[in-house]
Design a binder for this molecule. Structure first.
Ligand code: MG
Length: 259
């Protein structure tokens, strides 16, 4: 298993692979044939960035039966797709800035994110699986009141900061047995396994590729397990996947006066 991270070294964003307590810098990036540059930096104190800035984020709604039920929705008969823009991405440790001017109900949704490694169009689940570079943690942050009010989800799920990603892209995980847990201020709120998905990961990626070409670095959010809930300024929200690490973000009000 390899864990790729993006981080700032000497003021420049670079990719690296985690090796023990260090990051070994690579050139050029995980989506090409790469080499280690020989530069190594301790992870301790390193500022990690979102591991990828995708051309697009394609997300699946209602892909866990228990989560569909908790919001009073039916399980779809084919994957329910929506898009989040690249400007939604923030990284590990970045403040999650609640748009309290738009919404009174901002919800976390801890999810397994897959990062696409190769260009694919109209492929089978078998080919789709081979095109996946690896897995990272995501938070599909949602303005629940806006989502209820509007048919399209561009505002409720696409606002700035609505897609924390990271901390690493882990390769070689068993896609049918990935456990994702979400906690708020240390209290466990969501605990799901990919085996509970309505549509499994290769099927989701295949279905998306029937409609739109996926590019290297594109990110697919695979749906949220049950246990979603609201966030308030001052809290810390954490999404964790074994083998990937923990994506933690402090929650702030973007409209609060600077202190
Ligand atoms: Mg979601």
């Amino acid at each position: 298993m390899t864990r790729f991270v993006r981080c700032i070294v000497d003021g420049e964003p670079v990719y690296g692979v985690i090796d023990g307590e260090e990051v070994a810098v690579i050139d050029p990036h995980p989506f090409a044939i790469y080499q280690q540059t020989g530069r190594r930096v301790p992870i301790e104190g390193l500022r990690l960035l979102a591991p990828v800035i995708p051309s697009k984020i394609v997300a699946v709604g209602r892909n866990y039966a228990d989560h569909a039920a908790e919001l009073g929705n039916e399980v779809p008969t084919e994957p329910l797709l929506f898009l989040k823009p690249s400007t939604a991405v923030i990284g590990p440790g970045d403040p999650l800035r609640l748009p309290t001017d738009l919404s009174d109900e901002v919800s976390y949704e801890g999810e397994i994110a897959v990062v696409i490694g190769a260009l694919i169009s109209r492929v089978t689940p078998e080919v789709a699986e081979k095109a996946i570079l690896g897995v990272t943690c995501a938070n599909d942050v949602t303005l629940r009141d806006v989502q209820r009010r509007e048919k399209q989800w561009a505002r409720s799920k696409g606002f700035d900061g609505s897609c924390p990603l990271g901390p690493a892209i882990a390769t070689g995980l068993d896609l049918s047995a990935i456990r994702v847990r979400t906690s708020v201020d240390g209290e466990l709120r969501q605990d799901g396994v990919s085996s509970q998905m309505v549509f499994d990961i290769p099927r989701i990626v295949s279905e998306i590729s029937q409609a739109m070409t996926l590019l290297p670095g594109d990110v697919v959010l695979t749906g949220s397990p049950a246990g979603v809930g609201l966030l308030n300024p001052g809290q810390r929200v954490r999404v964790e996947i074994d083998g990937v690490g923990a994506l933690e973000n402090p929650v702030v009000d973007r409209n609060a006066p600077a202190t």
